[in-house]
Ligand binder design. Sequence first.
Ligand SMILES: NC(=O)c1ccc[n+]([C@@H]2O[C@H](COP(=O)([O-])OP(=O)(O)OC[C@H]3O[C@@H](n4cnc5c(N)ncnc54)[C@H](O)[C@@H]3O)[C@@H](O)[C@H]2O)c1
Length: 437
Amino acid sequence: MTPPIEIAPARGKLGVLLVGLGAVSTTTIAGVMAIRKGLAQPIGSLTQMGTIRLGKRTEARAPKIKDFVSLAGLDDIVFGGWDIFEEDCYAAARTAGVLEQSQLDQVRAELEAVKPMPAVFDQRYVKRLDGPNVKKGKNKRDLAEQLIADIRAFKSHHGCDRMVMIWVGSTEVYMKETAAHATVASFEKALEQNDDAIPSSMVYAYAAIREGLPFANAAPNLTADVPAMLELAARMKSPLAGNDMKTGQTLIKTIIAPGLKARLLGVKGWYSTNILGNRDGEVLDDPESFKTKEESKKSALDYIFQPHLYPELYQDLCHVVRINYYPPRGDNKEGWDNIDLIGWLGYPMQLKINFLCRDSILAAPIVLDSVLLLDLAKRAGMSGIQEWLSFYFKSPMHAPEVYPEHDLFIQLMKLKNTLRYMQGEELITHLGREYYD
Ligand SMILES: NC(=O)c1ccc[n+]([C@@H]2O[C@H](COP(=O)([O-])OP(=O)(O)OC[C@H]3O[C@@H](n4cnc5c(N)ncnc54)[C@H](O)[C@@H]3O)[C@@H](O)[C@H]2O)c1
């Protein structure tokens, strides 16, 4: 057993800065407020409700995760953020239409107190949106400095001990890594030159990392996942996580696919379609933003099925993903999956899944958990890519020399083993020979 690693205590307030105060953010904030008041349960949150087995099964030690590692308490969180719209969080939550008004009214004062700071925004990266609450600047470097000033002012105004930033803004257009993203020096030059290769989300990520804040990307944009940001994160000791929260259809995909593969059932085709009518759906109705989402959603199956190792079962799998903007549904998405399976001797079978889910209800606990665990990572001196947080993301960030792990159950084991490692507890291998010797 290795000794526990040194973790600074979670003392004082934790400032949580959300970029984009839309459906996911307001559902997260309202939820935390309601839970604090004892009005609701943190269902879906591993940090709040999950337990962790320690030692042998015969020891019957299974504390709650929040009692096992030192996490910020919900009472110590202070929320803030930016948006291109001026509405406070109460008004924004009503616009989003996820939570019932009677529930929002129970935490109205707390929500009204969260007012968006003016955003860094350029419509070229999110074509379907435009709003008035936007910063003006000489160039992108100037805008980044303005964000840094916001971070510092928020910290001192609210007396925060530590801060975390998470991008929960709209999905930006599809972008590829360029020379501007290669090093911190090239990135800073590109900021100065207003280079098109730097979307708004990267300006926020740069500001957060420059301040040494942990940063997570809840959307699929190319944001912190470029060499320049990794170099800066190593220098400033910022832990990073992303990309694109694993909710809804992809969550179900990464639950079902590992099961099919475990039993060596072949898959010829996987057709996924969705209808949703929230603002996210409207943004994703633009083909360029959809392309970013599509790339993020499509990679999971390839990595789970490993067609290069199992060509007879998964080669040439036809994987189609569609998202249709359908306003009457609001945030209540409906997803359909049709899976064409192959069994013993090549006989075909089909599996149909119809998931009537609520996007932001699935996303809010993930936002909370990733924020709390990134803060833990920072206090534990861990920086750069936090692969153990892959559990929460559709396109997990990973080191260039390894493939990303998409299997939800392997991801959970990795997360829990990381917590055991931090606390100097034995890692669980599930070998269990000692019970039979
Ligand atoms: N809900 C889910 O299950 C889920 C899952 C995975 C990823 N996501 C992603 O999370 C993000 C948020 O989702 P949502 O449903 O809350 O969307 P939303 O449209 O309700 O909220 C996004 C908010 O971001 C704001 N915004 C856009 N660009 C900004 C900028 N540059 N600076 C500040 N604010 C900006 C918008 O004005 C909007 O209020 C989306 O990118 C979505 O694709 C959501």
